[in-house]
Design a protein around this ligand. Structure first.
Ligand SMILES: [Zn+2]
Length: 281
């Protein structure tokens, strides 16, 4: 039984492989990416099957780097009725780039994804939600690159990302560009993360369900939830040399993600970001 107060939420997937996550960037160089065993094809297969069985469509924020190497996977995502969106080309955080560099990275990703898929790519998500008060110029670049929306802000406090003062619900970040933040639930003057990430794997599922219900019922708004294909893959090769904290965050409860996602997709209604938020998808 779904219990979403009639609200349809937005389900999003950041399409990158296990070795491309920002927390590993000091341990796995970009030169190594081409030589590591890639798990993206099989993990996207598992995910597409899961979404089909749950009759759910989602938005896939895909890296240009992945799309170039796995064009068939990109086309399968589109053929299954999901929205193809951009996660940039090289998975460099916006905060680690100059505006010109950032603009060319997100333009390149849009071109590659559109050439492969033949559909317009409307949405962009910055790696590690790396748009914040210090680099508002990034919104101008995202608009200039021709995107219609961005989902690059997580309005929480976190050691690696977050823009705690940002609006919790969609706002115009640049003329003609809508920012669709990851969902938080407001409790005791604090924004609690309710839109996925390590929290979804670390904490009991019932907490995620309670937080999303609060957003659907109290705020009467759609939630935006995200996860990665590698979070469904307990067999992924282990990256060595990382800190205990990073290891814990990346590997905790991987074997439970698929079951939890099935519950999440059953308990709430979900659709693509463009259909949930854009007036004219
Ligand atoms: Zn990412």
């Amino acid at each position: 039984m779904s219990d979403t107060n009639g609200v349809i939420n937005a389900l999003t997937i950041d399409v990158e492989d296990y070795f491309q996550v920002s927390a590993f960037s000091r341990h796995v160089s970009r030169a190594e990416w081409d030589h590591l065993p890639c798990r993206i094809e099989q993990n996207i297969d598992i995910l597409l099957g899961l979404l089909e069985r749950q009759h759910t469509k989602a938005t896939f924020f895909t890296l240009g780097w992945i799309a170039e190497r796995y064009p068939t996977t990109v086309r399968r995502i589109v053929a299954a009725g999901h929205e193809l969106a951009s996660h940039g080309y090289s998975h460099r955080k916006a905060t680690d780039q100059q505006p010109a560099q950032f603009l060319s990275d997100i333009r390149l990703a849009k071109t590659i994804l559109e050439d492969i898929s033949g559909v317009e790519v409307k949405g962009y998500r910055a790696p590690s939600f790396s748009v914040g008060p210090a680099n508002r110029w990034a919104f101008d670049c995202i608009g200039k690159a021709g995107y219609r929306y961005s989902s690059s802000v997580y309005p929480i406090r976190h050691d690696h990302y977050g823009m705690p003062g940002a609006p919790r619900f969609p706002f115009e970040s640049h003329p003609g560009l809508m920012e669709v933040p990851i969902t938080t639930s407001r409790l005791l003057n604090t924004n609690l993360p309710a839109g996925g990430g390590g929290y979804f794997r670390l904490l009991p599922y019932a907490l995620s369900r309670w937080l999303i219900r609060r957003v659907n019922h109290l705020d009467q708004k759609p939630a935006v939830f995200y996860f990665h294909p590698w979070e469904l893959d307990p067999e992924q090769p282990r990256v060595s040399g990382i800190s205990a904290k990073t290891r814990f965050r990346h590997y905790v409860n991987l074997k439970h993600t698929e079951r939890r996602l099935r519950r999440l997709l059953t308990d709430f209604k979900w659709d693509r970001v463009d259909r949930v938020f854009l007036a004219q998808p």
